[in-house]
Design a protein around this ligand. Structure first.
Ligand code: MN
Length: 337
């Protein structure tokens, strides 16, 4: 639930604005795109001139969402973005809470005179909006979108197609309700979405069963040849070099979810994925229980995120990144006890 006073303020902002822009984070996932397109669909029905601007492209497995083909990609449509932001009176920041999360789009946003509303569930928000809806207890930004839409009295605008966007966000951010999903409220919302007509089996299939052949081969290689365990910590990790990624015809999004697999091993409660890119090492972390991978990533890998799911970057060699993980993690575990 979002505070009534906040909802009233948000509605006032929406009422006053004609031109609205909705922005998800860089490398948007199911939650960011699901929330953006559900909100886009509602605002359109309210008669607004609304556009979704993504900092870069989004994965193909989200292309089924209504409005996906209208999403403006900042990387390839810069002049359109300048025009849209030049006339936008209201901007929504969805599923991120710091402007560094939208990369190059940040500079353009800072020039915009539009009002800002942030809706997000990550910890530690920066003060980036006139209205900040920041709920770290929410499973997904899509859960908050559901609250905003229903509490604003726009429930009847949430048709089956938009409800499927919301469901997709909750599903992807909770591993199909397998983690970060213990609050009863989530099931009341999912129940309501299914009642609206969401075909949850279809959404699951569209999102999770649309892998390319090369992605499945890469997953097999990653687990079969590139996964290791730490001896002095309940952790396992996967390392993929730039050359290996090329060999498997890697495309952005192909490694989505790889980091979760080591947690399927008995006795493993911390997992990491290291991927070498030309300019940096991208790192993902997952944990079960109380080990704060966001704090660990913040301290050693220029990153952050949630307690059980975080990302980071390392500037140095792949070997050095892995070495840092192997030496710092056991120390960090002891210091947290
Ligand atoms: Mn999210």
């Amino acid at each position: 639930m979002v505070k009534d006073t906040t909802i009233r303020q948000l509605k006032e902002f929406v009422d006053k604005a004609e031109n609205i822009v909705v922005i998800p984070h860089h490398n948007p996932d199911g939650d960011a795109i699901g929330a953006s397109l559900a909100w886009y669909g509602v605002l359109k029905q309210l008669g607004k001139n609304v556009n979704v601007i993504s900092p870069n492209s989004f994965p193909e497995f989200l292309e089924w969402m209504p409005g996906a083909e209208e999403v403006v990609n900042f990387e390839t449509e810069k002049s359109k973005v300048y025009t849209l932001l030049g006339s936008a009176e209201l901007l929504f920041f969805l599923d991120f809470n710091g402007l560094s999360r939208i990369k190059g789009l940040q500079d353009v946003i800072e020039q915009s005179s539009g009002k800002r509303i942030m809706i997000d569930h990550h910890p530690g928000p920066d003060d980036i909006a006139d209205i900040m809806i920041s709920e770290t207890s929410a499973s997904a930004t899509c859960e908050l979108m559901y609250d905003v839409i229903t509490q604003s009295g726009w429930k009847e605008l949430l048709n089956k197609e938009l409800a499927e966007c919301i469901y997709a966000g909750i599903m992807t951010d909770t591993g199909t309700l397998s983690y970060n999903s213990s609050r009863p409220e989530i099931y009341r919302i999912v129940g309501d979405l299914v009642g609206i007509g969401v075909d949850k089996d279809k959404v699951h299939k569209l999102v999770f069963h649309s892998n390319s052949f090369s992605r499945m081969k890469l997953l097999g290689y990653a687990l079969g040849s590139k996964m290791n365990k730490l001896e002095d910590a309940p952790a396992a990790y996967i390392v993929l070099s730039d050359q290996e990624l090329k060999q498997y015809d890697y495309k952005p999004g192909d490694s989505e979810g790889f980091v979760n697999y080591p947690l399927w091993i008995e006795g493993i409660s911390i997992s990491a994925l290291f991927m070498e890119h030309p300019d940096k090492i991208k790192v993902s972390f997952r944990s079960r229980g109380t080990f704060p991978v966001n704090k660990f990533s913040e301290k050693f890998f220029n990153g952050g995120g949630h307690v059980n799911a975080a990302g980071g970057e390392f500037y140095g060699t792949l070997e050095k990144a892995v070495e840092t993980f192997k030496t710092k993690l056991p120390e960090f575990l002891v210091s947290k006890k």
